[in-house]
Design a protein around this ligand. Structure first.
Ligand SMILES: Cc1ncc(COP(=O)(O)O)c(C=O)c1O
Length: 380
């Protein structure tokens, strides 16, 4: 028996792909869209400017459906690092101020803050986990650091899927007057983002993980304030509003409306746009609201089977519905890796954690087999 949605994906037989947190499994529709755009690239003169701009706006609108539904808030950028650099460039910081990130946070959400702190004399704090989850530690940091100006966080921790309670964290941020920046690369497309409640300043996500699109096309959401007042880090002509290619010399051409001012050059290539449109269309066809429960059935099946095999201690407490980490004693990791490889199980193994990030191409029975494989390797 295979998962009902498995035929939608293009995966080699015998592979159990569980690395959506690295790169989403390829949908056949996305592959076909990419091939179609590559074929069409032999006759570039057939793609008119208006047609190209219309496809950019279609992708913007579809991506907005993963944020708050408003295309005016979304810019197309090449990477999470690029979007986060825009946040770091714009949020006010001065000597003595503090910025906080999670300890061990993904480097794209670390390096830009390190650089900005060097430039401004602000200090960077890493928040260590102080229990099974991150939320208490983050709230404690908000209460303990009066100089905190910016908090830059994910929704799910990239190594092991541990979830942060952004309802509670954002409420405390607003009480304390701290700007909130979110890197949702490990959740957007799989978990809802309640931007109305969280009221962040900037939100970014790559498009190639849970959004199932191509690499090199990520999305930046900016709050209404930054859509009106933000400054881009690159000055690409597509982000400017001019008539008939006339750019004045005495003053910069005005920005286009909304978050379009942050649109980056080079990312809106027809192949990426076609692939993203197909991927986002599929997510919307499934119904974004249904995905946490459907993906959650898969990780729950894994946890239940691990517990049944006596491996309760390996299960990750408080993980997100869509991915988790299986804790493996460091001295057992070298034994586990070849067993997973032999079973065709593709996943990331790092820092004593086997990260399990399925999508709808695998069913619960496959997840139970993964648990059995892990249990056999760990009990051996
Ligand atoms: C939490 C998180 N943020 C961002 C990224 C990617 O960032 P970038 O697009 O800058 O390579 C990843 C993984 O690749 C990630 O896990």
């Amino acid at each position: 028996m295979t998962a009902p949605d498995a035929p939608l994906f293009d995966l080699p037989a015998g592979t159990v792909y569980l690395d959506t947190a690295a790169q989403g499994p390829r949908l056949r529709s996305v592959l076909a869209a990419g091939h179609g755009a590559l074929d069409a690239s032999s006759a570039p003169w057939r793609l008119g400017l208006e047609q190209w701009q219309a496809s950019i706006e279609r992708v913007r609108a579809l991506a907005a459906g993963c944020f708050d539904g408003d295309p005016e808030g979304v810019a197309l950028v090449p990477s999470a690092a690029y979007g986060l650099a825009i946040a770091a460039r714009n949020l006010p910081l001065a000597a003595g101020d503090a910025v906080a990130v999670l300890e061990g946070q993904f480097p794209s959400n670390l390096l830009c803050w390190q650089q900005r702190c060097l430039e401004t004399g602000a200090r960077l704090h890493a928040i260590p986990r102080n229990g099974p989850g991150w939320t208490d530690a983050v709230i404690e940091a908000l209460d303990r650091l009066p100089s905190l100006r910016v908090l830059s966080l994910p929704h799910a921790y990239w190594h092991d899927g541990r979830l942060l309670d952004l309802d509670a964290i954002s409420a405390r941020c607003h009480q304390k007057g701290v700007a909130l920046v979110l890197d949702l690369s490990q959740s957007l497309g799989a978990l809802p983002a309640d931007l109305v409640r969280w009221a962040p300043d900037f939100v970014v996500s790559v498009g190639h993980k849970w959004m199932l699109g191509p690499t090199g096309l990520a999305y930046l959401w900016a709050s209404p304030h930054w859509r009106a007042h933000g400054v881009s880090i690159e000055h690409h002509w597509t982000a400017r509003a001019v008539d008939d290619w006339r750019f004045p010399l005495d003053r910069p051409a005005p920005y286009r409306d909304g978050a379009r001012r942050f649109d980056a050059g080079g990312v809106a290539d027809p192949m990426r746009l076609s692939m993203a449109e197909a991927a986002l269309g599929q997510l919307h066809d499934w119904g974004m609201a249904s995905l946490p429960a459907r993906l959650g059935m898969r990780t729950r099946a894994l946890d239940t089977a691990l517990r049944d095999a006596g491996l309760e201690g390996c299960c990750m407490p408080g993980h997100a519905p869509h991915f988790t980490g299986v804790r493996v004693p460091p001295d057992r990791m070298t034994a586990v890796a070849p067993v997973l490889d032999a079973a065709g199980i593709v996943c990331t193994r790092r820092h004593g954690v086997v990260r399990i990030a399925p999508h709808l191409h695998v069913d619960e029975a496959a997840m139970r087999r993964v648990a059995d494989t892990l249990a056999a390797a760990l009990h051996a």
